[in-house]
Design a protein around this ligand. Structure first.
Ligand SMILES: *[C@@H]1O[C@H](CO)[C@@H](O)[C@H](O)[C@H]1NC(C)=O
Length: 482
């Protein structure tokens, strides 16, 4: 029997729970389904429909400032993994980035400086001889003030960010019903966050979604749960970027190079803006205006002010400069970026090994962990995503294995896989679901196990195949471990 929905747990809980009923693994049907239509009964769409270009929306091109729901809706093509009806999910690992946050203190100051600069530029234009060009100045720019003016604190999780994590938790609970039907215990459902408020608040928002209705507190029947953090300085699983000196040195050394690589784009866009608006923008102004565009579009849903200054091609180019920076300083650009994430991967594998032992030895419920849920940063999620080998181009995986350097993400209009908006938007996440399948097909499984175990990787809730595992959707645990 073949299913047509790639995410059978959505709105069909009673039928499949966290088991996925599917065709036998030997029939790899390419399912092309628009994620956005999933909730509407998830019809099977012909490839043509999925490939149809959509209207340009700047909100999809904000690199790592992109909102989670926007990113999920842009990620239109998913393949449905074939998981036997008899397999059950027994453990879940989650590594998530915090949700949408306010600009940091440093960025708030940058916007304050921008307000002063824009005032000066407008005044200059008014005093200039060319009165006709005054009409070219966008009206919002006259007397513009930053929305965050006077704020001395920043970087906190905002309510949109809370919602992202809360809603995400509700989908996780629905998708993996069998995993979360047990009574809460901090050792069964381990929730961890870094010692940074937006990350721990994200853990709390997630926990509220996961456990609402399961306790006795207030009208929402909430229950208290614990969020544990390692000390900032020694958190080698979630803040390795902060404790790895080699990385910090690399980053410091590399940042000027990245700026140099971005410069031609900024200069190109700056001269376009200068001639379009007859204002004497500097590249620093344009850099700040692009930052403002991202904040307005992401946090305030305003796209007709700063974002409107740029045309579509310019947005693509500016987005690419952000993605380039992420690639070089956090991603595949240099192996130190992701090798320092190995303790996290080890922690993931170890949690799976423990879950397998618990199953093989028939431990009673409540005595072993079912989920390890971690809330951290883009600097955590991106390296972890790289360790899983996601978002690589054609032969990149082989290059990494041979320790050869990768090419930079190609500049638009060429297409690329590495997009911050897809790799690491706010609340982006990787889930690794461990499945137990009965070993009753005559094949001997390793180490005298009665069952066989498979890992499924989901990036932003979409199942992905693993380049490190022969591009399988379901990776045998023994292979995943290597
Ligand atoms: C954002 O603005 C668009 C119009 O540009 C509107 O359709 C959409 O509903 C808004 N979204 C939110 C979350 O307010």
């Amino acid at each position: 029997k073949t299913r047509t929905s790639p995410l059978p747990t959505e709105s069909e809980g009673q039928r499949s729970k966290s088991r996925l009923a599917m065709a036998p693994p030997a029939t790899p049907l390419p399912f092309l389904v628009l994620l956005a239509t999933l909730l509407a009964a998830a019809p099977l769409l012909p490839p043509a429909a999925a490939a149809e270009p959509e209207a340009f929306d700047v909100r999809r091109h904000l690199s790592t400032v992109t909102r989670y729901d926007v990113s999920r809706a842009s990620n239109s093509v998913v393949s449905a993994p074939a998981i036997s009806d008899e397999c059950r999910v027994i453990h879940l690992n989650l590594v998530a980035r915090h949700g949408t946050r306010a600009p940091t203190k440093k960025r708030i100051k940058e916007l304050d400086r921008l307000a002063v600069r824009l005032g000066t530029l407008v005044d200059e234009a008014k005093q200039g001889p060319d009165t006709a060009s005054l009409k070219k100045i966008p009206s919002w720019m006259k007397g513009w003030e930053s929305r965050w003016k006077g704020r001395v604190k920043g970087g906190e999780l905002v309510s949109e960010g809370e919602e992202e994590l809360f809603n995400f938790a509700n989908r996780v609970k629905e998708r993996f019903q069998d995993l979360f039907d047990e009574e809460y215990h901090p050792d069964v459902y381990s929730i961890r966050a870094t010692q940074v408020p937006r990350a721990s608040a994200s853990a709390v928002a997630f926990g509220l979604g996961l456990l609402s209705g399961k306790g006795k507190l207030g009208a929402g029947n909430n229950r208290a749960f614990s969020v544990l953090s390692e000390s900032r300085a020694s958190d080698i699983c979630l803040r390795f970027f902060d404790s790895c000196k080699t990385y910090k040195d690399y980053r410091k050394r590399k940042e000027p190079d990245v700026d140099k690589q971005k410069e031609p784009i900024l200069e190109h866009v700056t001269s376009a803006l200068v001639s379009r608006y007859h204002l004497k923008f500097t590249t620093q102004d344009v850099s700040s205006l692009w930052f403002l565009c991202k904040q307005e579009a992401s946090l305030l849903n305003i796209t007709n002010q700063a974002c409107q200054l740029f045309n579509e091609d310019e947005v693509h180019l500016l987005e690419w400069t952000d993605d380039l920076e992420g690639f070089v300083l956090k991603g595949y650009g240099e192996s130190i970026n992701y090798k320092m994430g190995l303790p996290l991967l080890k922690d993931v594998v170890q949690s799976m090994e423990e879950a397998i032992i618990a199953k093989e030895e028939n431990f009673p419920d409540g005595t072993y962990e079912k989920a390890r849920l971690r809330f951290a940063h883009a600097e955590t999620l991106v390296p972890f995503t790289c360790l899983l080998g996601l978002f690589l181009e054609g032969s990149d995986f082989e290059k990494i294995q041979r320790e050869e350097p990768l090419d930079l993400p190609p500049m638009p209009p060429q297409r690329r896989n590495w997009k911050g908006a897809l790799v690491a938007p706010f609340a982006s996440n990787n889930m690794l679901a461990l499945y137990q399948c009965p070993g009753n097909d005559g094949k001997k499984t390793s180490q005298d196990q009665k069952n066989s175990y498979f890992v499924q990787v989901l990036h932003n809730e979409a199942p992905v195949s693993m380049p490190g595992c022969g591009n399988k959707d379901l990776c045998p645990f023994e292979e995943f471990k290597v």
